[in-house]
Design a protein around this ligand. Structure first.
Ligand SMILES: [Zn+2]
Length: 410
């Protein structure tokens, strides 16, 4: 990553883990054969206005949280009644009760508390600086979940500096903005009946609040205001990953999803300069045995490894473990997540050979699941002067950018 900032490096590495693990967590479980295939097309909802604000889970399962506001604030109960207000708030304690919530020493019969503050200045649990409003909810376990509700584009202002890199070209950042907005909107449509739309960590795009906002990424978001990707007038999840390693692959080959014309995979000669273009790592037999057992695939000994199904990009979609008496086939994407997605960076494994002291040497290309946009390819195309619509059209064939004013921040 081209950044000198160690904190950003750390967070970006975390983000990359998040990106590569995202859908493996959703679909972990082997084999997939018995699961229904997930639909990847989403019709636009009629009440689009209600999709302007996204709900982000920022803290989960807490026994107590402390809330601070650096500007005038108001607190509402689940009936919309204003129950507290003030010029500033310093570390108000909130705890779950059997029949409601306790705000400092006051017991309130409510399912949630909504805290709204001027100047977007809410802190919770000593973390983040959140825009707009937070919901403090009692979850089914009787613990507290904290949800930040804010404009979709304000959310993107914190997400894009991680998911992209503020130093990349403006066209690359605009590409990322449309992709991340589309991805978030599909999640919002999918999760309307849930308590929140996206989490702030490994299951979604990484979000830590407004501290990380950057003027260049914010500019890219504003220049693409309300723009999303559509195929045949329907939304689809605009998957993306760090580096494809030569070609992107089809979503339905990686996960138990229906095939989608914009997510079938394209050739990519543009990510060769990525630091993740080629990789090599050593994994011991003992580690493979341990990680397989931990994930419900016990083997007596790991005698050898072979590729199972390989697609036209060279990606392995199955790994065969040769063991005493038997062979076991596991999903390749699940396998690399189980072992270590920071070392086995992609399913594009080009070689597995015997290494020293009972180990295997894995050689491969790219980082991430390989579906949709290749971010390092996007970066290079942006440097070559391609516009964001051209870049999007390349990685998502047949998809078009559509502007939806109803979801744009006022
Ligand atoms: Zn690529």
């Amino acid at each position: 990553m081209p950044s000198d900032n160690k904190f950003l490096m750390l967070i970006r590495n975390f983000k990359l883990i998040a990106s590569v693990t995202l859908f493996s967590f959703f679909f972990t479980g082997f084999p997939y054969a018995s699961e229904p295939l997930k639909e990847l097309s989403f019709s636009l909802p009629t009440d689009l206005q209600s999709f302007r604000k996204i709900r982000v889970l920022v803290l989960h399962d807490k026994a107590e949280v402390k809330v601070s506001c650096e500007a005038p604030f108001k607190v509402y109960d689940d009936q919309g009644r204003s129950i507290f207000q003030g010029a500033k708030l310093s570390g108000a304690s909130v705890k779950p009760l059997a029949m409601g919530l306790r705000w400092w020493n006051q017991d309130i019969p409510t399912r949630f508390l909504l805290v709204q503050s001027l100047k977007n200045s809410i802190r919770v649990g000593g973390k983040g600086l959140y825009r707009d409003m937070i919901l403090i909810c009692k979850n089914p376990k009787g613990k507290l979940d904290i949800v930040n509700k804010l404009d979709l584009d304000d959310y993107l202002k914190s997400v894009i500096p991680f998911e992209g890199n503020p130093q990349w070209s403006l066209e690359a950042l605009k590409t990322q903005a449309v992709v991340s907005r589309t991805f978030a909107l599909t999640r919002m449509i999918e999760r309307q009946k849930e308590e929140y739309d996206v989490s702030s960590g490994v299951l979604s795009q990484v979000y830590v609040g407004r501290n990380i906002e950057n003027s260049r990424t914010t500019q890219a978001i504003e220049m693409t205001r309300g723009e999303v990707l559509m195929y045949n007038n329907k939304l689809f999840p605009a998957y993306f990953h760090s580096t494809c390693g030569g070609a992107t692959t089809a979503a339905n080959l990686v996960w138990p999803v229906k095939s989608h014309p914009a997510l079938t995979g394209v050739e990519c000669k543009f990510c060769e300069k990525s630091p993740h273009y080629r990789w090599q790592t050593k994994v011991t037999r003992a580690e493979i045995k341990e990680k397989l057992a931990k994930n419900g695939v016990p083997v007596k000994e790991v005698l050898g490894l072979k590729f199972g199904k390989i697609d036209r990009t060279g990606r392995a979609h199955a790994i065969i473990i040769q063991s005493t008496w038997a062979e076991k086939t596991v999903d390749a994407d699940a396998f690399r997540i189980w072992i270590d997605p920071m070392r086995l960076k992609s399913g594009l494994i080009t070689k597995i050979k015997e290494g020293p002291e009972g180990s295997f040497i894995f050689k491969g290309k790219g980082w991430g699941h390989g579906v949709g946009l290749c971010q390092y390819g996007m970066k290079y195309l942006g440097e070559l002067g391609y516009g964001y619509q051209e870049i999007l059209g390349y990685y998502y064939p047949g998809a078009q950018v559509a502007k939806i004013d109803a979801i744009a921040a006022a």
